[in-house]
Design a protein around this ligand. Structure first.
Ligand SMILES: CC(C)(COP(=O)(O)OP(=O)(O)OC[C@H]1O[C@@H](n2cnc3c(N)ncnc32)[C@H](O)[C@@H]1OP(=O)(O)O)[C@@H](O)C(=O)NCCC(=O)NCCS
Length: 169
C-alpha cells in the first residue's frame, strides 16, 4: 500500500531556483532532448506560463520538502481540454511521488476546472514516464514517428490522453 503523502501547493517565485536545478538535471534534459537553461530563461519560462493562465503547482511532501512541479497548460475551456506536464527532482524519482501528484492534478482538472480531456506528449524513450501514464489510465492515441532528436537519434513522440468519463469510472 502506498502511504506517501504529497500536497499540491501554489508554485511561488522563490521555487524557481529549485526548478532551475531540476530542469538542468541530466536525465530531465535527455528525456526531452533539451540543452541547459540559464536561471533567467527559467524565470521567463515560468512567466510565460503565468501569462498563459496555466495552472502551475509545486509538489511538496509532508515533511514540507519541495520535490517537483506539475502543471496544466494550454487550458482550453471551450473544448474542455488541457495538457499536463510534470517534473520531479532527481532525488525524488522512483518513489511513487509522480503517480500521486499526477492523480491529484488530474482530479483538479476534471473536478474543479470541468475539463473533459487531459493529454500529454512524451518521448518514446521515456519508459518510466510512459509506464506511469499507462498505470494512471492514459491511452496512447498516436505515435508521432521520429518526431524528436535526442542524443544523435530521431525518436518517436507518444501522444496520450485520458477522458473525464474514464477517470470517473
Ligand atoms: C517521469 C516521472 C514524473 C515519473 O515519476 P516517478 O515518481 O519517478 O515515477 P515512478 O518511479 O513511481 O515510476 C512509475 C512506474 O514506472 C515504472 N518504471 C520505472 N522505471 C522504468 C523503466 N525504466 N521502464 C519501465 N518502467 C519503469 C516503475 O516501476 C513504476 O511502476 P510501479 O509503480 O508499478 O512500480 C519522474 O521520474 C520525472 O520527473 N522524470 C524526469 C522528467 C520527465 O521525464 N518528465 C516527464 C516528461 S513527459
Amino acid at each position: 500500500m502506498n502511504t506517501k503523502k504529497i500536497y499540491l501547493i501554489p508554485f511561488e517565485t522563490t521555487h524557481i531556483q529549485h526548478l532551475h536545478k531540476w530542469l538542468n538535471d541530466e536525465q530531465a534534459m535527455r528525456m526531452v532532448g533539451r540543452t541547459p537553461l540559464t536561471y533567467e530563461e527559467v524565470v521567463q519560462e515560468v512567466e510565460k506560463k503565468r501569462m498563459n493562465d496555466d495552472l502551475i503547482l509545486g509538489i511538496e511532501t509532508n515533511e514540507q520538502v519541495l520535490v517537483g512541479w506539475v502543471f496544466l497548460k494550454d487550458i482550453d475551456h471551450a473544448h474542455g481540454r488541457a495538457s499536463i506536464g510534470i517534473l520531479l527532482s532527481s532525488e525524488a524519482r522512483g518513489q511513487g511521488y509522480g503517480q500521486i501528484a499526477m492523480k491529484k492534478m488530474i482530479d483538479l482538472g476534471f473536478k474543479q476546472l470541468r475539463l473533459n480531456k487531459i493529454y500529454l506528449t512524451t518521448r518514446g524513450l521515456n519508459e518510466q514516464a510512459i509506464a506511469l501514464y499507462k498505470k494512471i489510465g492514459f491511452v496512447t492515441e498516436g505515435i508521432l514517428r521520429k518526431h524528436a532528436y535526442v542524443e544523435g537519434k530521431y525518436v518517436d513522440t507518444y501522444f496520450m490522453g485520458i477522458l473525464a468519463s474514464e477517470w470517473n469510472r
